[in-house]
Design a protein around this ligand. Sequence first.
Ligand code: 13P
Ligand code: SF4
Length: 328
Amino acid sequence: MTAQPTNLSGLDLRAEIDRLRIERKAVILAHYYQKPEIQDLADFVGDSLELSRKAAATDAEVIAFCGVRFMAETAKILSPEKIVVLPDMDAGCSLEDSCPPDQFAAFRAQHPDHIALTYINCSTEVKALSDVIVTSSSAETILAKIPPEQKIIFGPDRHLGGYLNRKFGRDMLLWPGVCIVHEAFSETELLKLKAQHPDAPIAAHPECPAHIVDHADYVGSTSGILNYAKAMTGDTLIVATEPHIIHQMQLAMPGKTFIGAPGADGNCNCNICPYMALNTLEKLYLALRDLTPRVEIEETLRLDAKKSLDAMLAMASGTVGQGDLGRP
Ligand code: 13P
Ligand code: SF4
């Protein structure tokens, strides 16, 4: 299904992508975890909430989504009349994989008095089984609008759900999924790094386990972490999220130092998202040239999934994609 790079040698891929983006009336959306060469040619780089909003609002005819499958599916759910291509259809997510729709439906059925507040990192089928979707930058705003007595199931990220429970004194039932990337940070190595840079604050994504988040000076979405880096007065930041976001920090703040939080082996290579890494310039070129692989969603399923996404967009209105989740 995924377009396979054939012999593309001799092609100026960047120029070809620029030509095709105009010819196809396409917009290229990229997540901060994409390779720098993809971020650099995207029309817009953002976090999950910002990318959803862009996908819903664009008047382009084609959305080339450089991210993972659940993000491209979200774009298609919100903009069904557009052609949505994902350079590599195998770009999945460990959180989505942890939450098969039939098991999630059974979990819901066991708790009929609970609503399902669900992280956007899940399949379209799970969105269709949910009441409200959240992203890491909209979760706080949305949770604050749900009465404290309302019982809630939160899935599939148990670390984000646990963080929200601790911060807001909720007792949401948590689905046991994790992000394999954020799960790989090592507390011991983080503390060693902090000892070498005692004045450097730590910014962490809420997909990190509690033993990492507990050491963070700031907790928020990818955009939130970027904005924190821009606002900080010091010159060094320890970044506990997927390290490709550091590219945007270096572009915006060339004089500052950004250090990726280490994994258990003492470097941060194990924290590169293997799914995001499947997208390449070659595959993006082929996706724009051939308009494949395309995201297609059956209409009844799409409409069911759209309800929970629309609920998110309505409840998060006013939220800048800045990850206003503070320290617990
Ligand atoms: P945000 O960009 O919304 O913080 O999400 C991070 C992520 O894991 C995307 O897969
Ligand atoms: Fe999924 Fe984690 Fe990769 Fe995000 S970083 S796409 S949550 S595996």
